[in-house]
Design a protein around this ligand. Structure first.
Ligand code: GTP
Ligand code: MG
Length: 381
């Protein structure tokens, strides 16, 4: 968040009726000022009283008000993320990071979330504890099945028989089914006025984002939930790109857009039919983390026949005149880019992984180390 902003207002999830709410750690001078829960970007505020040690923690000395610094928050020597540290005029410091709840939790309490959330919980109890958070009914049913012991039985068999094919099968399904537990995150980026917010509203099915012919309408990233076939999708609309953004608030929005894109499962870059650059810098902020895949779309598809730049310059969308066709075209692009089948179902009563740590344990098993898998089974109900 740049200078002159009154609050860490990044990323208000209007679609879910969320409101800004502080989540602080008693006595730490640290609070989460964006809504609790999954988001593109989270903002943590360090109180002025902790300014000196906070700056030291990030390897900085005194910084002028309004300045923005790229930082790498770490815990126990492990770099957790890349973020922006903003020196607010009131002396406090804001840390803007990706909005993963697990990351925020670790930053807030300094403890790995895995240790906290699953410590002492059996595979069954941990699955049942997650049911209320499931973003779709398929995810809830998957978790309920594991609460009944299907995953445990499968993992016991895999260990007993050294069954690599069963392990591979579980891992293959995890690649898809994880999106029933954490929605696909699609971030819309592109030049100002390209039609991002119009497309965003179409994909979530309501007029949530403001649209106008004025360049630079969207400032804060806006988040809304929709679905594509069986897959829940978190759509994120962002501030448009332009080199000469006149206001600090718009430049801050553009920075936020880059961060949201870096944390996406897929980036949709919307370019106007009559121009637009497709060679913008990668959204990874220059980090060593891999960039998400990016798909080019063209808005104002009704102009396609007259001024189509080239046949391979992106799928043309006619959002205003043919919203259904545009929606179907975007759905095809997203599902194809992520390798997600449009008609995926599962038989109830099947074993399924529901946590990344379980996928890692199975991968270790396939690599010859069965101890992480054994550790998962060691906690009984
Ligand atoms: N003709 C035509 N106009 C469109 C289309 N999509 C969007 N628009 C119009 O283009 C203008 C800009 O649309 P927005 O959705 O606000 O664009 P944006 O990319 O979100 O713009 P910023 O927030 O400023 O970055 C609006 O007047 C829309 O009605 C389209 O497919 N065809
Ligand atoms: Mg917009």
């Amino acid at each position: 968040m740049g200078p002159g902003l009154d609050r860490g207002s990044a990323f208000v999830g209007k679609g879910h009726g969320r409101r800004l709410r502080g989540l602080s750690v008693a006595g730490s001078g640290l609070e989460l000022v964006t809504p609790h829960g999954p988001a593109g970007v989270a903002v943590l505020r360090f109180h002025e009283s902790t300014r000196k040690e906070t700056l030291e923690r990030f390897g900085l000395h005194e910084v002028p008000p309004g300045s923005v610094h790229l930082v790498r928050p770490s815990l126990d020597g492990e770099v957790l993320d890349e973020g922006l540290l903003v020196a607010c005029p009131d002396g406090s410091l804001e840390l803007h990071v990706h909005g993963s709840p697990a990351l925020v939790e670790r930053l807030l309490v300094g403890e790995p979330s895995a240790r906290q959330s699953s410590a002492g919980l059996s595979l069954e109890a941990a699955a049942l504890a997650r049911v209320p958070e499931a973003p779709c009914s398929a995810g809830a049913r998957l978790l309920l099945d594991q609460g009944r012991g299907h995953l445990r039985r499968s993992l016991v068999e895999i260990l007993a028989r050294a069954d690599a094919s069963q392990a591979t099968n579980l891992l293959d399904h995890w690649r898809l089914q994880r999106f029933w537990l954490k929605p696909v995150r699609v971030v819309l980026v592109g030049e100002v006025n390209a039609g991002k917010s119009t497309l965003f509203n179409l994909m979530i099915g309501e007029e949530q984002a403001l649209t106008s012919s004025e360049e630079g309408t969207t400032r804060d990233a806006v988040q809304g939930r929709g679905s594509l076939g069986p897959w829940p999708v978190e759509w994120i609309d962002t501030a448009g790109e332009r080199d000469d953004a006149p206001l600090a608030v718009e430049r801050a929005g553009q920075e936020q857009a880059r961060m949201a894109a870096a944390g996406a499962d897929l980036v949709l870059r919307l370019l106007p039919m009559d121009g637009g650059q497709s060679n913008h810098p990668s959204p990874s902020l220059g980090s060593s983390l891999p960039s998400p895949p990016e798909v080019i779309l063209r808005s104002r598809g009704e102009q396609a026949s007259a001024r189509r730049p080239s046949p391979d310059a992106g799928v043309a969308l006619d959002v205003l005149d043919d919203p259904q066709g545009a929606r179907a075209a975007v759905a095809r692009c997203v599902l194809e880019a992520l390798g997600l089948p449009g008609d995926w179902t599962r038989t109830s009563g099947q074993a399924a992984l529901y946590d990344k740590s379980q996928a890692e344990a199975l991968a270790a098993f396939l690599g010859g180390d069965s101890s992480p898998l054994q550790a998962l089974l060691d906690i009984s109900d």
